[in-house]
Design a protein around this ligand. Structure first.
Ligand SMILES: Cc1cc2nc3c(=O)[nH]c(=O)nc-3n(C[C@H](O)[C@H](O)[C@H](O)COP(=O)(O)OP(=O)(O)OC[C@H]3O[C@@H](n4cnc5c(N)ncnc54)[C@H](O)[C@@H]3O)c2cc1C
Length: 557
């Protein structure tokens, strides 16, 4: 890195911020679950990492990058991350392939700038994690839920919304819950909404209450894009309700999918606002949550029918499980639970509720047993382990973050059993994971076509076909297919990427279109000459004339 550039950058940084080009530190940011370095042989690299401690430095850095862009010897580009745990989509690695990328780590901007307890509106900086917000709400006795995801406590809330991620609390779609953004376009111009600009009052609060602002809606341009850096975001939090129960509808027969789909749709339409999103998981996916890989973790092979049958019998895992939650007053939860029970009774299924007497009592008994006894008696140990996962799943639905879902990423990890389950971090731990996350119309025949497609395609590449459907609305389902592989096995990495490629390419022919892409897919899937991406390019030219921001991120030009 040219000494002149180092001096220029250091001049704009706050005293406790840092610029590092130590190869060891840089390599930590290049650790991803995606295996890109082994697969596409395209060397992604970083020139430096800047860790900011003050949000005003964002503008100073953007201005500097624009000034330096006209001098070939000093030109550099910036790539912001918040917590850099975009596992399966790129982790903390930059999308672009150029030599002079400086990663801007915003993880130390952890201020909860404002919270209105009457309205449940919170304004946060990029580094605020799910756990930090959870602690803040708990400490101050605020009855609101964190918009948690399966990615867990250490992940940024703001960045997940910018990726247009979703969770399973009542405000499923995280960007939908964003009411206001402030930040900077790549050309250095500050962004605040027109409502904020017009508001002549001292606190300019009304902007935080209204998503759409005034005039063209520009805030969407900060999401899945490379046009600006967000320095703060206001999010509408869901209020905790007086009562809650989750429901687990278990169907033994795989063929019941077609009958279940209209019932799920009915529940979503009839109890909108009371029932959160609903997940539908197949048997293999359920086993990945509760069982150990019977093949041994490093085996590059899918489970055979006998192994699945043995595990399923052992854990009483059904072919399909419908999971959802009811939030409301005590009266509403009780009434809706009864009605939902009647709806699903139409199917041959087992219906389990988290507030049922059996579950409450089992929890009580297990909690009373000493640890040594639980460990000593295998059957009790198994029940305790399952109950623990079940309770953690329930916590997530109640907006309390935990790491229970991360176990999935270790399914094919050689040392899976050796990790402390409270410290899991798939990128650092060397897990192999990619996501195939297509949108599917919520019609039974389309969903069955998708199931067949996944079950035919994944095993061809020795990838376990784990299926989850998450209902974003009554009309649209997103399926997240985790492509889990052994990152230390070159053949497994190649197979995983080829599997994803076939899923995407063949899926498009069937109308299954991803809602989110990995940094690698962003390079080969998008057609730069299409009307859509040409328009994006026109915006890019205007907002980032020197192309100094997040090159290659959701932009094929
Ligand atoms: C087992 C497992 C379960 C998961 N479950 C979920 C889930 O339920 N829902 C879900 O959505 N995801 C899930 N994920 C995927 C992913 O890990 C999460 O989405 C995670 O929140 C993204 O990482 P991050 O928050 O650290 O974002 P970052 O990596 O910090 O950011 C993501 C990208 O956004 C951009 N960005 C970040 N900050 C800014 C900023 N301030 N301004 C402009 N651009 C910015 C950058 O390009 C960055 O690369 C899961 C992953 C695993 C392994």
């Amino acid at each position: 890195m040219p000494p002149k550039l180092i001096a220029l950058i250091e001049k704009v940084l706050a005293t406790d911020s840092s610029l590092s080009f130590d190869p060891q530190k840089l390599s930590r940011f290049m650790l991803g679950t995606e295996g890109l370095e082994y697969f596409d042989k395209k060397q992604r690299r970083l020139m430096a990492v800047i860790t900011l401690t003050q949000s005003y430095e964002i503008k100073a850095l953007l201005d500097l990058a624009n000034q330096c862009a006209i001098d070939e010897t000093l030109a550099f580009s910036l790539y912001p991350i918040s917590t850099g745990q975009n596992w399966g989509y790129g982790t903390s690695q930059p999308a672009g392939l150029s030599k002079n990328i400086i990663l801007v780590d915003l993880g130390k901007l952890t201020d909860i700038k404002h919270f209105d307890s009457e309205l449940g509106l919170v304004t946060i900086e990029p580094g605020v994690t799910q756990q930090q917000l959870s602690d803040y709400l708990q400490l101050n006795n605020h009855d609101y839920m964190v918009p948690v995801t399966g990615a867990g406590p250490d992940c940024s809330i703001l960045a997940n919304a910018l990726e247009r991620g979703y969770g399973i609390t009542p405000y499923t779609d995280h960007f939908s819950a964003v009411t206001s953004i402030q930040g900077y376009w790549a050309n250095g111009r500050p962004y605040q909404s027109a409502v904020n600009e017009l508001d002549a009052s001292d606190d300019k609060f009304v902007d935080k209450t209204f998503k759409w602002g005034l005039g063209p809606y520009l805030e969407g341009l900060f999401t899945q894009s490379n046009l600006g850096i967000v320095s703060q975001m206001t999010i509408r939090l869901a209020k905790k309700k007086a009562d809650f129960t989750s429901f687990f509808i278990q169907m033994q027969d795989d063929a019941l999918l077609e009958e279940a789909v209209p019932l799920i749709r009915q529940v979503l339409q009839d109890y909108e606002g009371i029932v959160g999103s609903i997940n539908l998981m197949d048997q293999r996916r359920l086993l990945s949550m509760f069982a150990r890989n019977p093949k041994g973790n490093a085996t590059h092979q899918v489970m055979n029918n006998k192994e699945i049958k043995t595990l399923a019998n052992d854990l009483q895992a059904p072919s399909w499980t419908i999971v959802g939650s009811i939030y409301g007053s005590v009266g509403v939860v009780s009434a809706v639970k009864k009605e939902i029970d009647v709806i699903f009774k139409q199917l041959p299924c087992k219906r389990v509720y988290s507030n049922s007497l059996a579950i409450v009592l089992t929890n009580k008994v297990i909690n009373k047993l000493p640890d040594w006894l639980i460990i000593k008696i295998p059957i009790i140990a198994k029940v305790a382990e399952q109950l623990d996962s079940f309770n953690k799943g329930k916590e997530i639905m109640l907006g309390k973050p935990n790491k229970v879902a991360l176990k999935l990423a270790y399914w094919r990890h050689k040392g899976a059993q050796g990790f402390d389950k409270d410290k899991l971090s798939p990128g650092k731990d060397g897990c192999g994971l990619l996501w195939y996350a297509p949108l599917i119309t919520m019609k039974a025949n389309k969903m069955r076509e998708f199931v067949n497609f996944i079950r035919e395609t994944c095993p061809k590449f020795n990838i376990e076909p784990f299926i989850t459907f998450t209902n974003l609305k009554h009309d649209c389902v997103d399926s997240t297919i985790p492509i889990v592989f052994d990152l230390s096995n070159a053949q497994a990495v190649t197979d995983a990427h080829n599997c994803l490629k076939e899923l995407v390419e063949e899926g498009l022919k069937k109308g299954f279109v991803p809602y989110r892409l990995s940094i690698d897919q962003q390079q080969w899937l998008l057609n730069k000459d299409s009307d859509f991406w040409q328009t994006v390019d026109q915006l890019k030219t205007s907002l980032d004339p020197h192309n100094i921001l997040s090159q290659g991120r959701y932009n094929p030009n």
